[in-house]
Design a binder for this molecule. Sequence first.
Ligand code: SF4
Length: 350
Amino acid sequence: MQKEFFQAALLQWFDLHGRKNLPWQTNKSPYHVWVSEIMLQQTQVATVIPYYERFIVRFPHLAALADASVDEVTALWAGLGYYARARNLHRAAGLLMERHAGEFPGDLSALMSLPGVGRSTAGAILSLGLGIPATILDGNVKRVLCRVAGIEGWPGESGVLRELWDIAESLTPSARVADYNQAMMDLGATICLPRKPLCGLCPLHTVCKARALDATAIIPAAKPSKSLPVRECYMLLMASRSGSIFLERRPPAGIWGGLLSLPEFGSLDDLTRWCVLGGIDVEGLETWPRRRHTFSHYHLEFFPVLVTSARDLEGVSETFAGQWFDPLSAEGLPAPIRRLVDDFLLTGMS
Ligand code: SF4
C-alpha cells in the first residue's frame, strides 16, 4: 500500500470532514482523552457525550478522580454498562497520582501497566493527548484496515490482529499523528460503516481492496458465533409504607460491581428463606414475568418477585446489609434495574 498516498488522502479528508468539536476535543488533555477513550469502548459517541460531560464536571482533573470514592465514580457511570471500566479508571487515577505525580507518562508500557489501558488506548493517550507518535487500533480502525488491505478473517483472532497491528504501525505518520489517528477513527465511524459503507465518499476508495472486490459485506468477517450460557435468578422487590424501596450495594468486583441493586437469589426458596430469617411477615409473593439482560459472556434471566406484608417492612434494614432508598432519586442503579424499578413505580406500590 502506498503509505504517502494513504496518509495524505486521509489527512486531507480529515481537514474537511473530520470531527473536531466533540466535548473531549475542546480543551484537549491526556486526562480528557483517557476518560473519553474508556467511555467509548463498546459504546456509541452519542451515548457517551452526556456521561462524559457529567463526569468531567464532577471530576475535572485526575486528582479529583483519585480523591473520590469508587462508589461515587460507579454511580456516575450507572447506565453506561461495563462497570469494570469505572473501577479501573478510579484505580488508575490513584496509581497515576502515586507513581507519576499526577502526570500521564509519555511512555507506552507505563501507560499499558495501568488497569483498563490496552495498547490502543495507550496509543490514543500518547497521540491525541500528548502529541507523541503512537498507533491506535480500535474497532473502527480495524474495520477500515481490514477492508483497505483486503484482510479476511475475524479481527479478534490473534493472527489477524497481529497483521492489523503491523499494518497500522507501518502507516502511522510521525507528523500530525493526532489528526491522522482521529481521522482513522472518524472514517470508521462516519464513512466506513459496518453495514453499507459510504465508499463513494471515502478518500481511500481508489486503494481499497474490499471495495474493488465488492466484498465489503464480508470483510471484516463477523465474530464466530457462540451461544452464551444463561444464568437465572430472582430479584426481590420490597417497598415500605412510606414508598421507599430496599436496595443493596453489590460487591466491588464482578457484574455491576459497586452499584446499587435489588437483593438477588439463586432460587425462590432462597428468597423465601431470606424473608423468614429477616422476620418478614410475608403476606404474598408475586413473581413477575422473566426479564433478560445480556452481558458479554452470559445472559442473565431474572424474575422480579414482589413481597407484600401486613406490616410495614421498613424495619428490615436493621437485619440486612441493604438500605431503604427513595426510588425516584436513588442513583447508581444498573440500567435494567432502573427500568424495573420504574415499572414498579408505574404499577403502583402496595
Ligand atoms: Fe471503507 Fe469503502 Fe472506504 Fe473501503 S472504500 S475503506 S470499504 S468506505
